[in-house]
Design a protein around this ligand. Structure first.
Ligand SMILES: N[C@@H](CCC(=O)N[C@@H](CS)C(=O)NCC(=O)O)C(=O)O
Length: 290
């Protein structure tokens, strides 16, 4: 295991591209490309418990006892490129840790850079994270990665086997992505965290949070009769909407009372993979004047 909690391991990771060698220490922080500063968590706004500091929660590599043998035998470690603060990377990391596959995350994007390197572009010409490499099979687009991981390693549990249940999970994955993502991330998160207050479009943020509340009322009704989006247990259907909930509930925006969504979020927040990969402090992403 590399860079696990309390293990003083330094590892040279060859980020794709000639100039992209990153040295990771136990906090998963690169020393050659500039690490990120930690600061006060924003979760206090909503009175939630303290989130993980960047890189402090999830070990850089983990293995589930359930999957250890099969993947070790094949000498394969799944690689995920992407910084821990990216919500799309979080989606993949949360899913992979729920499934329990041995994995290794390599910081890239944001302050870590590396996305313009020739070898990275060869993996993802969009120059975006996450990117997955599973034994030479390269994939980009977070939802596609989640689906691939679920169908390859998570059948019967994280991914249903019945085709109608799979279709239903797909429905909610699409819904989370198309109904919530733009308003929560593009408008509210970028507007409040990545934009100085002087340039902020407050009207757009208010309108977006109102729309999100209305959309989440649909999910609230759905969750009235089930614990998770797909039914009694967590599945990939929870991931695209669920990954957004930490930011939704910690941003300083108006939120209607949605008891079933709140209870669902509390259930997600109890899970170690969610705590380690999604409840990541984003205060250090705040731009000056935000
Ligand atoms: N649709 C893509 C979106 C990927 C995306 O926008 N990634 C952002 C991070 S959330 C990114 O790479 N930004 C550039 C950076 O982090 O430097 C997916 O779901 O994977």
């Amino acid at each position: 295991m590399l860079g696990g909690k309390g293990v003083n391991v330094r590892q040279r990771v060859s980020l794709p591209g000639a100039n992209c060698v990153v040295t990771l220490n136990e906090a998963n922080r690169p020393t050659s490309l500039g690490g990120q500063q930690q600061s006060k968590p924003l979760s206090r706004i909503a009175g939630r418990k303290q989130p993980k500091a960047v890189g402090a929660g999830a070990p850089d590599s983990t293995v589930s006892p359930l999957r250890r043998n099969s993947r070790k035998e094949r000498n394969m470690t799944l690689k995920i490129w992407g910084r821990a603060t990216s919500v799309n990377v979080q989606k993949v990391m949360w899913a992979v840790d729920e499934i329990g596959v041995m994995r290794h995350r390599i910081d890239a994007g944001g302050a870590f850079g590396g996305l313009d390197a020739e070898d990275f572009i060869a993996m993802n010409p969009n120059r975006l994270v996450p990117v997955m490499d599973d034994g030479g099979f390269i994939l980009f687009e977070s939802n596609a990665i989640v689906r691939y991981l679920a169908s390859t390693y998570g059948r019967g549990g994280f991914r249903p086997t019945d085709r109608k249940e799979i279709a239903r999970a797909d429905q909610w994955m699409e819904w989370g992505q198309t109904s919530l993502y733009a308003d929560i991330i593009t408008t509210c998160f970028i507007g409040l965290i990545r934009t100085p207050a002087t340039d902020r479009d407050t009207k757009a943020i208010t309108a977006a949070s109102l729309r999100v509340g209305q959309k989440l009322a649909i999910l609230d009704t759905h969750l009235a009769t089930r614990k998770f989006v797909g039914g009694a247990t967590l599945t990939l259907a929870d991931v695209p909407a669920g990954v957004l909930m930490y930011r939704y509930f910690t941003l300083p925006i108006e939120r209607p009372r949605l008891p079933n969504v709140e209870a669902w979020y509390a259930r997600l927040a109890e899970r170690t993979p969610y705590q380690n990969n999604v409840m990541i402090d984003y205060a250090n992403l705040k731009v000056a004047g935000a």
